[in-house]
Design a protein around this ligand. Structure first.
Ligand code: DGL
Length: 248
C-alpha cells in the first residue's frame, strides 16, 4: 500500500497523479489538518508532525510513503529517512527543469515560507541554476485559502503576487507547494501564454512507480487528523469525488 501525506488537501494533487499511473495500487491518504497549515510554523514543529504522520501511515500498512508536501519535505525528509525504513519519496522545488526552460534567465519559485528556510532550496539553486536568477517567492496564506475555497476567488491575490515577478522578466514559475496545483490554471491564466508554469506532481508520481508495487485492489482511503466531514467536502470540491473520509 502506498501512503500519501500532506498537511492538508495539497497532496491530493499528487495522489491524483499516482492514481493515474497506478490504477490498481491501494492508496492511503493522510491529511494532518489538525496542524495545517505547516508553512508558517517552525522547522522543528513540522519535523515532529511529519514523523508522527508517517508513523501513522506505516502503522496502517503503508509500505511506501510519499511526502506530498514541499514544506514537510524541506523540513524533514532526511530526518524521516533516518527514522523509518520504508522507501520515502519527497517533493523538492523543480529548480532544475525551470533552469532548463527559462529563456529570460529569471525563474520564480512559489512556496510556503518554511520551504525556503533550511538548506534544500539554496542547495538546489547552487547545483542546478548557475547563471540563472531564481527568485524565492513565499505565498503566506495561500495554502489556507486552498483549504477553504480556492480556486474560486483566487485571481486577485494571485495577480497581486505575480505582477512584480512578471514585470521583472520572470518567464518560468515553479509551483513548490502541492496546494498550489489546485490554482495552477489561475496562475497560468494570470501569467499568460509566454510564461511556463512547472508543477512537479506528475514527475513525483513517476518516481513512485519506480519503487512501489503497482498491485492491489485499486482502493483509496482518506484519513485526516482534523474533521472528516469537512475533509470529505474538500475532496469533493477539489477532486470531484464523493468519498467518506475517516478520522486518523
Ligand atoms: N502542501 C504543502 C506544501 O507542499 C504545505 C502547505 C502548508 O501546510 O502550509 O508545501
Amino acid at each position: 500500500m502506498i501512503g500519501v501525506y500532506d498537511s492538508g488537501v495539497g497532496g491530493l494533487s499528487v495522489l491524483r497523479e499516482v492514481r493515474r499511473l497506478l490504477p490498481e495500487a491501494d492508496l492511503l491518504y493522510l491529511a494532518d489538518q489538525a496542524h495545517a497549515p505547516y508553512g508558517e510554523r517552525s522547522i522543528a514543529e513540522v519535523r515532529r508532525f511529519a514523523e508522527t504522520a508517517i508513523g501513522t501511515l506505516i502503522a496502517r500498512g503503508a509500505t511506501t510513503v510519499v511526502v506530498a508536501c514541499n514544506t514537510a519535505s524541506a523540513a524533514a525528509l532526511g530526518h524521516l529517512r533516518s527514522v523509518f525504513s520504508v522507501p520515502i519519496v519527497g517533493m523538492e522545488p523543480a529548480v532544475k527543469p525551470a533552469a532548463a526552460a527559462t529563456r529570460t534567465g529569471r525563474v520564480a519559485v512559489l512556496a510556503t515560507p518554511v520551504t525556503f528556510q533550511g538548506a534544500v532550496f539554496d542547495d538546489l539553486v547552487g547545483r542546478f541554476a548557475a547563471g540563472i536568477t531564481v527568485i524565492p517567492h513565499p505565498c503566506p496564506g495561500w495554502a489556507a485559502a486552498v483549504e477553504d475555497r480556492w480556486p474560486d476567488g483566487a485571481e486577485a491575490a494571485v495577480a497581486e503576487h505575480l505582477r512584480p515577478l512578471l514585470a521583472s522578466g520572470v518567464d518560468t514559475i515553479v509551483l513548490a507547494c502541492t496546494h498550489y496545483s489546485f490554482i495552477a490554471a489561475v496562475i497560468a491564466e494570470v501569467a499568460g501564454p509566454e510564461v511556463a508554469v512547472i508543477d512537479p506532481g506528475a514527475a513525483v508520481a513517476r518516481q513512485v512507480t519506480r519503487i512501489a508495487s503497482p498491485d492491489g485492489q485499486g482502493t483509496t482511503r482518506y484519513l485526516t487528523t482534523g474533521d472528516p466531514v469537512r475533509f470529505s467536502q474538500q475532496i469533493e470540491r477539489l477532486l470531484g469525488e464523493r468519498v467518506v473520509a475517516a478520522k486518523a
